[in-house]
Design a protein around this ligand. Structure first.
Ligand SMILES: NC(=O)c1ccc[n+]([C@@H]2O[C@H](COP(=O)([O-])OP(=O)(O)OC[C@H]3O[C@@H](n4cnc5c(N)ncnc54)[C@H](OP(=O)(O)O)[C@@H]3O)[C@@H](O)[C@H]2O)c1
Length: 290
């Protein structure tokens, strides 16, 4: 059988790197960096993708530094909304399956229980609103889409938009401060990009086009998550829990945004592991690289 032709956009990003690593060898893979494609420019995207003739296009590109999105809502909509629209339109024109990543931040946190795909979003900030715009546009313009909401992602390649992930932040804080305080009232489902890559690979083998939550099993506070990081990396700096109100921010964020992989479960394709198992696995790789 002929191998699937897959294009990954944002191939040198945190998620794009792990998708590229997992997919290479399993398919004919083309990884594109921002220098090679500009998703906000429809003509550019059409030129690049029509020459590659992909079966599947995976978009990991986003404008997702949350405070920067507040400062520049137009740029945020351009990349997260119009960029998604361009790729959705072309998925119909060029007949590829379209995979796009979204976020737990589309919810406001009021539910205080894990969110299902059927729950009504209520974005609290510009980033979240423009990611939801992207979702809606894809649902209206693409016939074969997988929209995948992820949360608190971490991979061995640093997040380009944020300069690192939560684990990097903890390691730097432990080295720089006498005491590290982490919030215990912000609860979510932080997720390894390696796990997302593996589950995405299985999902694209199907024709089950839909909106999916794809996160680690069970909700956890950032403080509990940090406790495991400190223990596994043997960080000696004292770690203390605190409330999000101790870190006032001009940007509103949901205090509860855990996701339940409801639609993956329905099709028997929820392959995501428990947050602690995935984190410990990641930290052992992280230690080996240091
Ligand atoms: N990080 C998180 O905790 C988190 C949580 C929930 C959801 N997500 C979602 O997960 C996805 C992947 O995040 P990530 O952490 O892997 O991001 P990342 O490391 O910042 O990677 C994003 C990639 O997209 C490229 N890109 C940005 N704008 C582009 C454009 N206009 N055209 C083409 N390429 C562009 C970037 O290139 P340059 O850097 O060179 O511009 C980079 O290679 C995003 O959709 C994000 O919204 C992330």
């Amino acid at each position: 059988m002929q191998k699937l032709k897959v294009v990954v956009i944002g191939a040198n990003g945190q998620l794009g790197s792990d998708i590229s690593a997992y997919f290479s060898g399993r398919c004919t893979l083309t990884g594109l960096t921002h220098e090679q494609i500009e998703i906000t420019n429809l003509d550019n995207v059409r030129n690049v993708l029509s020459s590659l003739k992909p079966d599947v296009v995976i978009n990991t590109a986003a404008y997702h530094n949350v405070p920067k999105c507040e400062e520049d809502p137009l740029r945020s909509f351009e990349i997260n909304g119009l960029g998604a629209l361009n790729l959705a339109k072309l998925s119909t024109e060029l007949k590829y399956k379209f995979v796009h990543y979204s976020t737990d931040y589309v919810f406001d946190g009021a539910k205080q229980q894990a969110y299902l795909e059927s729950d009504c979003p209520n974005p609290l900030n510009v980033y979240a609103l423009t990611k939801l715009d992207g979702e809606k546009l894809i649902q209206n313009y693409s016939e074969r889409y997988f929209i995948i909401r992820v949360a608190g992602i971490y991979g061995l390649t640093p997040c380009r938009a944020k300069g690192g992930n939560f684990i990097d932040t903890m390691v730097k804080a432990a080295a720089a401060r006498p005491l590290v305080k982490v919030v215990n009232d912000e609860v979510l489902t932080p997720t390894s990009t390696q796990e997302i890559a593996r589950n995405t690979w299985e999902l694209i083998q199907t024709e089950a086009y839909d909106l999916y939550h794809m996160t680690a099993q069970e909700a956890v506070s950032w403080y509990e998550f940090a406790r495991v990081i400190f223990k596994e990396l043997d960080l000696k700096t004292p770690l203390e829990s605190c409330s999000a109100s101790e870190f006032p921010s001009p940007v509103k964020r949901p205090l509860y945004s855990a996701l339940e992989n409801g639609n993956l479960k329905k099709i028997n394709l929820d392959l995501m592991g428990h947050w602690k198992t995935a984190l410990i696995d990641y930290l052992s790789q992280y230690k080996a690289l240091r």
